[in-house]
Design a protein. Structure first.
Length: 272
């Protein structure tokens, strides 16, 4: 197989210190990336400064209404790069130094290239804490064994870190840009692609760190609600599928609406 070109796309909104850590991990990969682009989704902070520090490319997107559009940000990123494989990393994810090297070996070893590869979850880290992966899992050769990967259901996949062939993104159209705010834009992509034969795999031996940050549960719930309605308008059959999205609603309801019943469109088969 020819030498693959691999590029990273990082979408961000503020969190200057977090982006600094994220880019340091990406730049420090054992298998160097051929391109790195950060897409700034309307930040108030000067995110270009940290991009210049790490010598990575910077793209900024603006909208008439100030509401995050992570799907469109990711699309801007992968459409602007020349690469065979695209690594997506969110602005709060620190990847293991061997992430790219291992995922490339996995991809090369796969007979069917219609795949999306993701890493397992390692745990939270706070700004100021040392970035250590050895406390999570030792490095071993089993990480590159394709047979040890786990099939991943579309509803449990996440876009905070994954690797995919650019040709697959071109074939399937990338992210739907009609989503705004938090949630569902990645689930819709994975659902659509798996319906068309793409397989999702998670490498349980390869970990990453999530940089802890506070969230606004009300804002997230409202955003997820509207985005879920849009998803169901595209795929009415989801009405009969128990969705992970309800777990998010229940989580947020426990914070500010503990007695609220399930949203009607997530009640299935008489479930209460």
């Amino acid at each position: 197989m020819k030498k693959l070109k691999i590029a990273a796309v990082v979408n961000c909104y503020n969190r200057f210190k977090e982006l600094d850590l994220v880019l340091a991990a990406i730049k420090g990969q054992s298998r160097k990336l051929d391109d790195i682009v950060v897409v700034d989704d309307q930040s108030e902070e000067n995110m270009k400064e940290v991009c210049d520090k790490h010598k990575v490319r910077y793209i900024r997107q603006e909208y008439p209404l100030k509401k995050a559009r992570p799907g469109q940000a990711r699309n801007k990123g992968w459409q602007d790069i020349g690469a065979d494989l695209v690594l997506f990393v969110d602005n709060d994810i620190i990847i293991d130094e061997n992430y790219v090297e291992i995922m490339e070996k996995i991809y090369k070893g796969a007979k069917d290239k219609n795949i999306i590869l993701m890493a397992g979850f390692g745990g939270d880290i706070k700004i100021g804490e040392p970035v250590k992966f050895d406390r999570i899992i030792p490095h071993n050769d089993s990480k590159t064994d394709f047979s040890k990967l786990l099939d991943l259901n579309w509803d449990y996949a996440g876009s905070n870190n994954f690797m995919i062939a650019k040709a697959l993104l071109e074939k399937h159209g990338g992210f739907d840009e009609n989503y705004a705010g938090w949630g569902e834009e990645d689930i819709e992509l994975f659902y659509r692609m798996t319906k068309e034969g793409v397989k999702l795999y998670i490498n349980p031996s390869l970990r990453f760190l999530h940089i802890w940050h506070p969230i606004n549960p009300t804002e997230r719930r409202n955003s997820l609600y509207q985005n879920a309605l849009y998803t169901l308008s595209k795929y009415p059959e989801m009405k009969n599928i128990r969705r992970r999205a309800w777990e998010y609603f229940r989580l947020f309801d426990n914070v500010f609406l503990p007695n609220r019943e399930k949203p009607e469109f997530f009640i299935i088969n008489g479930d209460k």
